[in-house]
Design a protein around this ligand. Structure first.
Ligand code: ZN
Length: 138
């Protein structure tokens, strides 16, 4: 844990709640009270209708794989040491598309399929930061 070298989120008021809930192994999203859309990443203004009447909802943690890339060569030093890993876009059941990592699966096209059902899992990368990642649904 202590030797985690990849970039970590910066604390900021708009997303502190999100990271606190991730530490508790819960996935939370922002939802607009004006247009009804849930969205990611967390921010105080709805990206669709620009309303600031927004609230938090707990996500199911379920979704489907929209796209992925098996990264074999990292672009810069900390990522070079992390390969292989899977960069993925997940369509959450609540609507938002979330960039993340796919884990808990063989990293090949036999085991990773576009549209496969996935569910959130939590990676405690430091004592202060837990990252939501996704694995094949059980
Ligand atoms: Zn809205």
């Amino acid at each position: 844990m202590a030797d985690y070298k990849l970039p970590l989120p910066t604390k900021q008021p708009e997303s502190d709640f999100y990271w606190e809930k991730a530490q508790a192994h819960e996935l939370w999203l922002r939802k607009c009270n004006t247009c009804g859309d849930a969205y990611f990443y967390p921010r105080d203004i709805c990206p669709k209708c620009y309303s600031n009447d927004v609230s938090w909802i707990q996500a199911s943690g379920k979704g489907t794989l929209h796209a992925y890339s098996i990264v074999e060569r990292g672009p810069i030093p900390p990522f070079r040491d992390a390969v292989p890993y899977v960069a993925a876009l997940i369509d959450l059941d609540e609507g938002p598309r979330m960039p993340t990592n796919l884990v808990g699966v063989e990293f090949d096209d036999e085991h990773i399929k576009i549209g496969m059902a996935v569910e959130v899992t939590f990676d405690e990368v430091t004592d202060e930061v837990t990252l939501p990642k996704f694995k094949p649904a059980s």
